[in-house]
Design a protein around this ligand. Structure first.
Ligand SMILES: [Zn+2]
Length: 319
């Protein structure tokens, strides 16, 4: 029993149901969107997000975690509107998607100053609303742990220890930098069981994944539909291998789908990721895994119990 902040109010951890832990309703580039707004259409973006979320809901998904944060133009009223109109429980994040340098206003600020920003999102509300964040996101990419990235990870750790809200990361799996993240988080007193090392499915490096698992972290196998790090067709077998190796209690699955994203034209996305959607898992991947002999209750354990336990464990991992 843990109270979790969703964008429409508090939900109990027992009420989450089948959950996709890493989907974006919309990703935009704030500098471009504010200066050249004619390139964007909010009504269309809302429509695209609602269509995907409704399709996932029709497939039995009850909850989405949306890790869109600073660096991806998070708009909390957009997220709430999609949740209200679709009936999907959506849990929004605080944190930063910053892979190298903090923006100028934050560069000379302390770790605790940044932690307070996250805590405000969790305890008071996001963007001057009363909508509260339910988890904390931080990122490490090819640049590795730069001084600013270290600051953000330590700030995420301190905000977690103060609030009991769990942590989800973005990694560049080929650089094995989930291990660096765990080093920093543990140095701040965070239990690895409160942490999802995101994008861990982007590698076939089982030695790396075993190290993360043996340290008790959760792995986000969260880019079904995309060829990043490995080709998309390899992903179901990676999931199968991890389940067959007995790690099913530490896995979370998702698609990192973006209802819309301004990095590419939509036709480009369709050509490089034709299977990518918020229902690729439920339509294609999970039936394949069951066909390979995995019991359905293992999969519901991954999609329901693991998510619940991530939140519940984190809630007790406080100062
Ligand atoms: Zn993402």
């Amino acid at each position: 029993m843990t109270n979790i902040n969703s964008v429409t109010g508090s939900v109990d951890s027992s009420e989450l149901g089948p959950t996709l832990t890493h989907e974006h309703l919309r990703v935009r580039t704030v500098e471009v969107a504010t200066q050249f707004p004619h390139l964007y259409n909010r009504i269309e973006e809302l429509q695209l997000a609602k269509e995907q979320v409704l399709a996932a809901r029709n497939d039995g998904i009850q909850t989405l975690c949306d890790p869109t944060v600073m660096g991806q133009d998070r708009d909390i009223t957009f997220i709430r509107e999609v949740s209200e109109s679709t009936g999907m429980t959506i849990i929004a994040a605080t944190g930063m998607y910053t892979c190298r340098d903090l923006p100028e206003p934050l560069r000379n600020k302390s770790i605790d100053y940044i932690a307070e920003l996250f805590i405000r999102d969790i305890e008071v509300g996001i963007q001057n609303t009363e909508i509260k964040a339910g988890f904390i996101k931080c990122a490490t990419d090819v640049q590795g742990v730069t001084p600013d990235v270290e600051k953000i990870i330590r700030a995420a750790a301190r905000a977690h220890k103060r609030t009991g809200v769990p942590i989800m990361t973005h990694t560049h799996a080929a650089s094995r930098n989930g291990l660096d993240q765990l080093d920093l988080l543990e140095d701040e007193g965070v239990s690895a069981r409160a942490v999802i090392i995101g994008h861990s499915g982007d590698t076939r490096d089982m030695a790396y994944l075993s190290q993360l698992l043996n340290r008790q972290a959760y792995l986000g196998i969260d880019r079904f539909g995309l060829s990043v790090g490995i080709i998309n067709q390899e992903r179901p077998d990676l999931l199968l291998k991890l389940i067959q190796s007995g790690y099913h209690k530490q896995l979370l699955v998702s698609q990192d789908y973006c209802g819309s994203i301004d990095w590419w034209e939509r036709e480009e996305v369709r050509s490089f990721a034709p299977d990518w959607s918020m229902t690729h898992l439920t339509h294609d991947v999970l039936p394949y895994i069951i066909d390979q002999g995995v019991a359905p209750d293992i999969l519901s354990g991954i999609m329901v119990n693991n998510v619940r336990e991530w939140f519940e464990y984190a809630a007790n991992d406080t100062y």
